[in-house]
Structures are given as structure tokens and as C-alpha cells.
Design a protein around this ligand. Structure first.
Ligand SMILES: NC(=O)C1=CN([C@@H]2O[C@H](COP(=O)(O)OP(=O)(O)OC[C@H]3O[C@@H](n4cnc5c(N)ncnc54)[C@H](OP(=O)(O)O)[C@@H]3O)[C@@H](O)[C@H]2O)C=CC1
Ligand SMILES: O=C(O)[C@@H]1CCC=N1
Length: 270
């Protein structure tokens, strides 16, 4: 039995806990810590898992999953460093934070795996990228991959790519939600009721995602198949190009990557 404690069970931490339970992990193998006792009690009641404090988690868990905001990491590491048991695996879900930060702040030799998941974890469709820190072994990586496979797909990447991955798939779902939101608004502009516009766009997104998921045709080919000569789609594409949507996406994802780097650098001197 591997006991897993999620330290900071907010949006992504709860998504992981619920996904692990859905994937068949027993509730008595899962623990969580939360800053506010009310939130911990809520999670405990909702999922039947134990709510503990940081020393309790360090005592009982084999794997500590850190899921606090990067800005909240320092006090958590201060609390964890004196109580963590030797060899306990630390799994960081935090954007930007390098494994070296944990290795510096926790006892010498602590194995750390850095993960960038995303919120589709709640429907078992996460994309998670994992990287080993200095003391993490192949077995540690295998264990983390096995855990995350129950909530979606997993890719192994060099840690140097994690900031870019964060900008692509970590933040990625938000870009799709933003696009869907804008397209629903376009339906309103054209006089379509909001409910119908929402159904039209969401079902189009689901269908398009499933076509992409078949993985046998490049997105360009799929788009070309929708784009008839002198038809409607090409008129829309011309507007998207005119408004620089492709360039905007490149710049947006680059900005997200830069922010991930910055979040890590904020802890360099500490
Ligand atoms: N949301 C996302 O799509 C993704 C997030 N991530 C990463 O996951 C991490 C969490 O993000 P998210 O879930 O969105 O954030 P949330 O704010 O929803 O969750 C963090 C939780 O941790 C709690 N917390 C803070 N400090 C402590 C502490 N010392 N002990 C126990 N609990 C604590 C917070 O409490 P309080 O509410 O009081 O602040 C909050 O409930 C971040 O590092 C983020 O970069 C990674 C991939 C995707
Ligand atoms: O916006 C953020 O910082 C987090 C990390 C990736 C997705 N959400």
C-alpha cells in the first residue's frame, strides 16, 4: 500500500484526489492537508479521505504531492523540512518551481519529481509531463507515471522543458475555454439564443477534439476539409489571419513560458 498525501488540496489537488479515487485507489491510501480547517473537513467528508496537518502527512505518507500555489511554497517547505522522513518521494505540481528548490530546502537526498498536470484530470483526460530531480530514481518516475496514468496521459520530459510544457498543456485548457467562450458570444452576436449557441460550440469542440485524437490526420488537413472554395470557412479564416490570431497564440504561450521561468527564479536567492 502506497499512502499519498496531497499538500494543498485546492483545484488541482482535489482534481488529483478525485481522479485517483475514480481510478480505483482506496480512500484510506489518500490524505490531504489544507490551510483552512473548513476546507479540509469538506474534502474529508466528500471523499472519505483523511485530513491531516503537515507533520501528520509527513509521518504517514510515502508520497507527498505538493499542490500549493508557487507563491505559497516557502512556508510549506519550512514546515516540511524538519518533519519529512528520509526517502519520502516529493511530487511537485507547482508551475515554475524547479526540483533543485526542493532539494536545497529538504534533507539531502530527498527524491523529487516535477509534474505539470492540467485540469482535465477531473474527467480522466489530464496531460501530465514528468521530470526526475537529482535524487529521483527510475522507480520513482515509474511510480509517479503509474499514479498519473489513472487520470490521463503522461509524457516524460527533460526538466528544462517544463516551463514550455506549463505554457502549452498546463495552461492549455484555459485557451480552449477562452476560445469556446468567444465563439459562444459570436452566436449571441448573430442572434442565436445562448443555450443553443453553447450546445453548437461545445459539441463542435468535442467532435473536433475526437477527430484530432484519432491522430491519423494533421490538424491542417482536418481544417482544409472544412474549408470549401469560396465558401464560408475561408471568409472566417481570412479574418482570423487579418487579426493576427496565430501570432497572438505564439506570443501568449511565450508569455506563459516566461512567467513560469519567473515563478521559479523568485525562489532562487532563498
Ligand atoms: N489550476 C491549474 O490548472 C493547474 C495548477 N497547477 C499548479 O498547481 C498548484 C495549485 O494550483 P491550484 O490548485 O490552481 O491552486 P489553489 O489555490 O486552488 O490550491 C492551492 C491550495 O493550497 C492551499 N494551501 C496554501 N498553502 C498551504 C499550506 N501551507 N498547507 C496546506 N494548504 C495550503 C490553499 O489554501 P488557500 O485557499 O487558503 O490559499 C489552496 O486551497 C500551483 O502551484 C499551480 O501552479 C499545475 C497545473 C495546472
Ligand atoms: O496559471 C497557472 O499558473 C497554473 C499553472 C498552469 C495552469 N495554471
Amino acid at each position: 500500500m502506497t499512502t499519498i498525501a496531497v499538500l494543498g488540496a485546492g483545484k488541482i489537488g482535489e482534481a488529483l484526489l478525485s481522479g485517483l479515487l475514480r481510478g480505483g485507489r482506496a480512500a484510506d491510501e489518500l490524505l490531504c492537508t489544507e490551510r483552512h480547517p473548513g476546507r479540509a473537513a469538506e474534502l474529508s467528508e466528500r471523499y472519505g479521505i483523511g485530513a491531516v496537518d503537515v507533520p501528520g502527512a509527513a509521518q504517514r505518507a510515502d508520497v507527498l504531492v505538493v499542490a500549493v500555489k508557487p507563491q505559497d511554497i516557502e512556508p510549506l517547505l519550512d514546515e516540511l523540512a524538519p518533519v519529512i522522513k528520509p526517502g519520502t518521494l516529493v511530487v511537485s505540481l507547482c508551475a515554475g518551481l524547479p526540483t533543485a528548490l526542493y532539494e536545497r530546502r529538504l534533507p539531502e537526498g530527498t527524491p523529487v519529481v516535477r509534474v505539470m498536470p492540467n485540469t482535465p484530470m477531473v474527467v480522466g483526460e489530464a496531460m501530465s509531463a514528468i521530470s526526475a530531480g537529482r535524487y529521483a530514481t527510475a522507480e520513482h518516475l515509474d511510480l509517479v507515471e503509474e499514479l498519473l496514468r489513472t487520470v490521463g496521459k503522461v509524457a516524460r520530459v527533460p526538466e528544462g522543458q517544463q516551463d514550455a510544457v506549463t505554457a502549452l498543456s498546463g495552461s492549455g485548457p484555459a485557451y480552449f475555454f477562452y476560445l469556446v467562450e468567444a465563439m459562444i458570444d459570436a452566436g449571441i452576436l448573430l442572434g442565436i439564443p445562448r443555450d443553443l449557441s453553447t450546445t453548437l460550440i461545445i459539441q463542435s469542440a468535442i467532435g473536433a477534439a475526437q477527430m484530432l485524437d484519432r491522430n491519423d490526420q494533421h490538424p491542417v488537413i482536418l481544417r482544409e476539409a472544412v474549408t470549401s472554395p469560396a465558401g464560408t470557412t475561408i471568409m472566417a479564416i481570412r479574418e482570423l489571419e487579418k487579426h493576427g490570431v496565430r501570432a497572438a497564440l505564439l506570443a501568449a504561450i511565450e508569455a506563459a513560458r516566461d512567467r513560469s521561468v519567473e515563478l521559479g527564479q523568485a525562489h532562487e536567492a532563498e
